[in-house]
Design a binder for this molecule. Sequence first.
Ligand code: F6P
Length: 506
Amino acid sequence: MSAAVWNKLKELEKPSLAQIFAADPDRLDTYATGFELGEEDNSCAILFDWSKTHLDAAHVAAFEELAEAMDFSGRRTALFAGEIVNPTEGRAAEHTAQRGVGKEESVALAAECHHRMAAIVEAIHRGAMGEVKHLIHIGIGGSALGPALAVDALAREGAMVDVHVVSNIDGCALEQAFAACDPATTMLAVASKTFTTIETMTNAESALAWLREGGVDDPFGRVVALTASPEKAMEWGVDETRILPFSESVGGRYSLWSSIGFPVAMALGWPDFAELLAGAAAMDVHFRDSDGMANLPLRAAFADQYYTRLRGCQTRAVFAYDERLALLPDYLQQLEMESNGKSVKADGSPVDGPTAPITWGGVGTDAQHAVFQLLHQGTNLVPVDFIAAIVPGHDLALDHHRILLSNCFAQGAALMAGKESDDPARAYPGDRPSATILLDEVSPVTFGALIAFHEHRTFANAVLMGINPFDQFGVELGKAIAKQIEQGGTTFDPSTEALLKRAGIA
Ligand code: F6P
């Protein structure tokens, strides 16, 4: 059934962006949609503008047929109902329950965990754990990227606590945090869903040693554990009262909303963290209740599938024209590539075509002066997302923000229009796609909606391809070999053996 729809999609005419705009003068009404958030008199919107993509009525109709063939609405119901949507691990994926949208029992459990987390955050802010000026948050992957991004995006105007997120096992990362903190006023958050990750546990041990050497008599008394394995945190030495648990059914890269968001609440205060959850919940409700093309994450997934499977695009780029969102491409890289970088479908059979493209990107305008040459004139077709905010994040009086936004919009226009020239080196082919996500402002509520939009876009892509976005077995083999190397006694290929010998590890 889905093969027939793909055949139909492959046979459809592929008009250029210029032809598409000429054929549909009201295109913006359909493909650029405002998403309202908040109270009516204090409404805050995000514009999702997919008008500069090659989606047209014929493609949208066929993709809607594909969504039906892939039982999109059934898969989505299963997601929100807390059913097993991660069959290889026998788990649900209940990140939306953290935001109050999902199975009743899971929503209640998440609320209980948040209640406990809010109490601890507020107690620390009140001084119940002594003076706390710094928080070193230790975690990796999904246990670090979300908090790092959210703190960087939202806590620039005076954080309540100075947060340092340390992920890498390279000691340089931890030393950098130590240099910026005073052991006498520093707390540690050890964030690990499994509480077994070698990088996190090693960094946590070193941080405890640093506290001890810095004169802290009871370093464990400064630790808060954020985990779905509370018993392991207790075994390691954390007092039960300072363990903030979350449910096993929340995936690592979807865990910002759980106690993994502790540093965000510490930096912003609980009310702002609650706003972040509310923004995500508004997107959850939209995703749950809208159908076909009107569903913003699904619409984005239609375009993603168009470029990956019908136009052979191997990458997609994300450029945040906002310093506060500089870490967003990194965050999306894990979300999309760890979720959908698969070669088999959920039932174990081989996929019918390419899966997740390589997500990459950077910050504008810097990237314009570095990599945009390839986007405009290179041989690869790269769909681009531009993300910007109307209200600047700074108070500088000069034209900084006008110049920033002018450049952002100019790039999308240039990619689409191109430019003819008698000199081939100076010609731009044009007809290159982009989408623009324009936030009224970068605030907890818009940020929450923006991240939830991408989570649902990733899920929608997985459903259209028939894959399970919630496991990540591809990361395990390298971990296992690293362990063998560390333990010694295993012989590897000649190339690896030579490297180990040269580095003095063998
Ligand atoms: O190695 C990949 C991974 O399992 C990610 O999926 C996860 O976010 C990260 O490691 C950290 O895992 P944990 O939170 O269990 O320490």
